[in-house]
Write a protein of this length. Structure first.
Length: 206
């Protein structure tokens, strides 16, 4: 009888250890997944996660009646900023801008990602272009309010950003594609830069 009791206790102890080990492994796996989906410098989503997120949202849009908006933004004169203040200051600038952009993505369905270098993308599911333009304008002001010194802009002497906005609705069946959405937002961003930077311009899909 005592031997059976000892065996039961040993089995219970083993089960607890297995549960604890499994829990730790799950936590480690979750952490590794977060790391693989996160930009190491700015802590927003990375390009890998952005590509996956956009693909999923476009597929969802093709099945539902809704809109999907994308904001592409770029820090104005960032190369010159790095040349003047150094790459360490450039990294700090990127971090501050990322935090400012992330603060505007209040819904759990929104995504802020570093697209590359000084470029960021904000993806807004279930959002029409009018609201996306408003979010972009709010982001533009938020970056201005950081008041990061920059010698290049002749007017304000602070870091600013340019924004391009594009949107696809479920009615645009032939245009629901991540590459089209990014391309149109990029076109709008280019126009914002050509128009003098530190502004928001939208681009129509069709």
């Amino acid at each position: 009888m005592q031997l059976i009791r000892q065996l039961r206790n040993a089995n219970l102890l083993l089960e607890e250890k297995v549960k604890e080990r499994t829990k730790k492994l799950n936590e480690q796996n979750k952490l590794l997944e977060e790391i693989s989906n996160t930009d190491s410098l700015t802590s927003v989503a990375n390009r890998r996660f952005l590509d996956l997120f956009l693909s999923i949202e476009c597929k969802r849009l093709s099945r539902n009646t809704s809109s999907l908006s994308l904001i592409m933004c770029d820090i104005d004169h960032f190369k010159i900023f790095n040349d003047i203040y150094g790459h360490q200051a450039g990294d700090e600038c990127l971090k501050k801008v990322a935090v400012a952009l992330l603060s505007l993505a209040r819904r759990g369905t929104d995504c802020v990602a570093r697209y590359g270098g000084e470029e960021f993308i904000i993806v807004l599911p279930d959002t029409k272009i009018e609201l996306a333009v408003h979010v972009a304008e709010t982001a533009r002001k938020a970056v201005e309010n950081l008041c990061i010194p920059h010698e290049k802009p002749a007017k304000d002497k602070i870091v600013t950003m340019s924004f391009g906005v594009a949107s696809i609705s479920s009615e645009d069946r032939n245009y629901i594609d991540p590459s089209i959405l990014i391309s149109k937002a990029d076109d709008a961003l280019y126009m914002a830069k050509e128009a003098g930077r530190n502004r928001v311009i939208e681009s129509k899909i069709i």
